[in-house]
Design a protein around this ligand. Structure first.
Ligand code: 2NL
Length: 360
């Protein structure tokens, strides 16, 4: 009896002290394994007298049951403790603010294109698009630009290569978006109201010129479109674009091969302390070219000039972006300098709309 009490004390103490699953298993083997102390004791029952067995048997069985239960209890306590520790170490504070990610911004040119589109869409102009590599017919002939016109010289226009022996005239990088409007006239016929914003290319590079720049042209053809409507359209556009109540435009007679008559358009402004103000002042700023579409150009677009007439205009997007947003150097537009973009870029979720205000 004493021996059993000693075993009991020894193993219950070892179980209580086992720090982890391995130590606990070692105790189990020592006590209840095949060669464990308690197992051996039970095997000895066979050699005992019936009397001895009657008292030792139940006591050993009870010991085995108790040690077994203690092992299980300790094991499950260890597992609970391990789970608690894991839960404590892996907790996540879902109330923390997120880590800010760098946000992209809208390039000022894209912003101004979106603004232009919103303004002209409001007046019923659709947006037309076309290829940036054009045939010389669409870029020049269709626009009544004569073969000897200076803009056709290799000095001003980027010409594509032709294969050796191919004598057809080479394609060009479009020098204006007018070919887009020729294609729109051919595809859609009259009446038509479109704007054509996009990239154009000319061999030019200095403080105020880059070889790629952006232009928007507009075209309105109907049975009795006049220069009065051209003037109203441009005034309305400038009012909305520069976000001022009043603008004043001045039409100066000019010449373009694709319009007759032609006019260059200035807007009233003031320059004070290096600050440009549109709509008031003593100065004039040239902002675009315009005119009544030349009959030959209507013809090239498949429209009968005896039935239809209309106006057209073209303006430089880069330039009006600089004017509106006070950007001093044209070349910085295309240098992809992130510091510049973060300074002049627009929040990407603020889409320009006339109702909400073009630029906020
Ligand atoms: C300028 C001058 C202009 C046009 C572009 C045009 C297009 C067709 C027919 C007739 Cl399809 N004209 N475009 C007309 C007048 C002027 O641009 O100085 N732009 C910056």
């Amino acid at each position: 009896m004493d021996a059993i009490a000693t075993l009991r004390g020894k193993y219950l103490e070892q179980i209580g002290a086992a720090p982890d699953a391995d130590a606990l298993e070692a105790v189990r083997l020592a006590a209840l394994g095949k060669k464990g102390e308690i197992s051996l004791k039970m095997r000895e029952l066979g050699q005992m007298s019936a009397e001895e067995r009657q008292s030792a048997g139940p006591a050993l069985n009870a010991l085995k049951t108790e040690v077994d239960a203690a092992l299980k209890a300790r094991k499950s306590a260890q597992e609970d403790a391990a789970l608690d520790a894991r839960l404590k170490s892996e907790w996540l504070d879902v109330t923390l603010p997120g880590r800010p990610r760098p946000m992209g911004t809208i390039h000022p040119i894209s912003q101004v294109m979106d603004e232009l589109t919103a303004i002209f869409a409001d007046m019923g102009f659709a947006v037309a698009e076309g290829p940036q590599i054009e045939s010389d017919w669409y870029n020049f002939d269709a626009l009544n630009i004569a073969p000897e016109h200076p803009s056709r010289q290799e000095m001003d226009t980027f010409y594509m290569h032709r294969a050796e022996g191919d004598t057809r005239p080479p394609h060009v990088l479009r020098t204006h978006t007018s070919p887009v409007q020729i294609r729109a006239m051919q595809n859609q016929g009259a009446p038509i109201r479109v704007i054509a914003p996009g990239r154009v290319y000319r061999m030019d590079m200095d403080q105020t010129h880059t070889p790629m720049f952006h232009q928007v042209e507009g075209l309105a053809i109907d049975r009795d479109i006049s220069m009065a409507q051209l003037k109203w359209t441009l005034e309305e556009f400038c009012r909305a674009f520069f976000e001022v109540d009043e603008v004043e435009l001045r039409f100066r007679a000019s010449h373009f091969p694709f319009t007759e008559p032609s006019a260059e358009v200035d807007i009233r402004c003031s320059w004070e302390g290096g600050q440009l103000k549109i709509g008031e002042g003593k100065d004039w700023l040239e902002i675009l070219g315009s005119g009544m579409v030349h009959p030959k150009v209507l013809q090239a677009g498949g429209i009968d000039p005896n039935e239809w007439q209309g106006f057209a205009f073209g303006l430089g997007i880069d330039r009006i972006a600089m004017l509106k947003y006070g950007i001093p150097d044209l070349r910085a537009f295309f240098e992809s300098d992130l510091r510049w973009l973060r300074h002049y870029g627009f929040a990407s979720l603020d889409q320009p709309s006339l109702a909400a205000g073009l630029s906020r």
